[in-house]
Design a protein around this ligand. Structure first.
Ligand code: MD3
Ligand code: FE
Length: 208
């Protein structure tokens, strides 16, 4: 585990290779089962309705969605109207391992990047609490991701995320600007047709 230093923010930890190849394959099977019930959909940007280049799904009691009306968490899939599938036990175990004092995760956002997909610089602030960290798992092709500071104007640093890597965004880093610049084609054999999956585990509602 290593602390990444960006703009002096505390709470940004990087765990390269947290999941070995066998564990990545097992996790991928769990995600395939989720996506079989809650298909990847194409979110739209608020106001403009422009399509995201990333396709998404969720598991857990809540899921993050975006459409012309805005960003929000909701308990059902925007297309099927069905409740999101349960969060796989391996993900709740990951959370317990890395955020033992945080309340249970309520949402796991599944991002699927094809070769040309990107995610612009943004903050994760649609949750009603920022007490818990966000925990990210990367599967498939390597991505270059960028992390800045608490202001959009702050300088950014870029890092590579490989299949099996985990990042914990806690403390001040929880509200850092970040994004995915590109996915490096052909860098992993995990996904037979290439691309990248990122999972982000989140607590949405303050604990009671
Ligand atoms: C959170 N996902 O879903 S995860 C997102 O790889 C998102 O799909 C990216 O941003 C992805 O909202 C990045 C890794 C990450 C990196 C820096 C962060 C998440 C972060 C900084 C603050 C909060
Ligand atoms: Fe984000």
């Amino acid at each position: 585990m290593s602390e990444l230093s960006v703009n002096g923010l505390n709470g940004l930890s990087y765990l390269p290779g947290y999941f070995n190849r066998g564990a990545q394959e097992a996790l991928l099977e769990e995600i395939r089962a989720v996506v079989a019930r809650a298909p990847l959909y194409t979110p739209a940007m608020p106001r403009t309705g422009n399509a995201f280049t990333v396709r998404m799904s969720n598991c857990g009691p809540l899921g993050w969605v975006s459409d012309i009306a805005g960003y929000r968490y909701q308990p059902h899939h925007p297309d099927t109207g069905q409740a999101w599938p349960e969060m796989p036990a391996v993900l709740t175990a990951l959370w317990k391992d890395l955020a033992p004092n945080a309340p249970d995760p309520e949402a796991c956002l599944i991002n699927y990047y094809k070769e040309s997909a990107r995610m612009g610089l943004h903050q994760d602030r649609d949750e009603q609490t920022f007490e818990a960290p966000v925990i990210s798992v990367s599967l498939g092709d390597t991505a270059t991701f960028r992390v800045g500071g608490l202001s959009r104007k702050d300088p950014t640093k870029s890092f590579r995320l490989q299949s099996g890597d985990v990042v914990v965004l806690g403390g001040d880093a929880r509200l850092a600007f970040h994004g995915i610049d590109r996915v490096l084609k052909g860098t992993s054999t995990l996904l037979k047709t290439g691309g990248r999956i990122n999972l982000t585990l989140r607590r949405v509602i303050p604990p009671r």
